[in-house]
Design a protein around this ligand. Structure first.
Ligand code: BDR
Ligand code: CA
Length: 323
């Protein structure tokens, strides 16, 4: 499966890259960055660093530094100033560079080079995808599948009370993409808050490794360990959860394991402004009468046994288990 990932590379995005890179059936063609969890330069740096430390040969392209209309809101309290746990500038500099082409152009070029063959997984605000759609809707329609982590329906929001972060940051982009009529699978908080990596599952794998935590250098295990530790500490302080939500890895899992999500098809509207900014809502049927029967495949649950098995086999054991 050819895959392109578009992301605001914070901590769960990083785990999503590891999962894709560790999946033998995936050929990761490209990773594109977008401003979200951190400013776009930070996200691009993290994409480059992870791609090279994992031995990947995906091209990396830098994306939009701001949402279509709104000012950028980051989530550096969740992901750290550097997007990977924030350890006072101790991340190594990448040895590779982003290509010259802007992300939205790459996002239109690749599906035209491999029509019907590329799966696009997005785990950040939808700014780049919206720009790609504006530039060349036929190209975006040439993706085999588009899987988007974002939204909150019946689940409480994580940005304000009703919105999910990726949609809240760029609701205009989300409205454009989710209203495009393309074949989209949406993986909202309703599903992802049930996908938790517990601290005990993580430490069970880590015990044997003896990680050089203070100065991790170019050791992907140590970098990820510190990042995930920060992520879990934040979530514990905030909600008492002794673990971390695997929002973005679940979107990758949806590409890998047919049927892992429990989905309902519906049209989705996005609230752009006001106290409900970023809320995703089931659209009234009459608002989209011409499209009845089509819609976004929205996940309200998933097969957690299959997900954890994937995470154990392709992330935890290879990255954190005994060498
Ligand atoms: C989403 O927001 C980001 O902080 C995470 O990386 C994930 O993509 C969850 O709401
Ligand atoms: Ca993300």
């Amino acid at each position: 499966m050819k895959m392109v990932m578009d992301m605001d590379t914070g901590i769960d995005d990083a785990i999503a890259i590891v999962l894709a890179a560790g999946s033998p059936e995936v050929e990761l063609l490209a990773i594109t960055s977008v401003a979200g969890n951190a400013p776009v330069d930070v996200c691009t740096r993290n994409c480059l660093l992870l791609n090279e430390l994992l031995g990947g040969d995906a091209v990396v392209a830098a994306g939009s530094d701001r949402p279509l209309v709104k000012s950028l809101l980051t989530a550096q309290e969740v992901h750290g100033a550097d997007g990977l746990g924030g350890h006072a500038g101790s991340l190594p500099a990448p040895a590779t560079n982003a290509i010259d082409e802007p992300a939205f152009e790459l996002l239109t070029r690749l599906p035209m080079e491999h029509p019907g063959e590329v799966t696009l997984v997005t785990t950040g605000p939808l700014t780049n995808v919206a720009l790609a759609l504006r530039a060349d809707p036929d190209a975006v329609a040439a993706y085999a599948r588009i899987i988007i982590m974002g939204g909150a329906f019946d689940a409480p929001g994580n940005t304000g009370t009703v919105a999910e972060f990726n949609i809240y940051v760029d609701p205009e982009a989300a409205a454009l993409v989710l209203g495009s009529g393309l074949d989209i699978t949406l993986v909202p908080l309703d599903a992802t808050t049930g996908a938790v990596l517990t601290r005990s599952a993580l430490t069970a794998h880590e015990r044997a490794r003896g990680l050089p935590l203070e100065r991790p250098g170019r050791d992907v295990s140590a970098i990820l360990h510190r990042a995930i530790d920060h992520y879990m500490d934040f979530q514990f302080d905030e909600s008492g959860l002794d673990g971390g939500y695997m929002h973005d890895p679940l979107a990758v899992a949806a590409a890998l394991v047919p049927g892992i999500l429990e989905t309902h098809d519906m049209r989705v509207d996005v609230v752009g402004n006001g106290s409900d900014r970023g809320r995703t809502v089931r659209a009234p049927v009459q608002a989209h009468a011409a499209d009845q029967g089509r819609g976004v495949h929205v996940a309200f649950g998933h097969n957690d046994g299959a997900f954890i098995q994937l995470l154990e086999g392709r992330v935890l054991r290879p990255v954190f288990g005994p060498r």
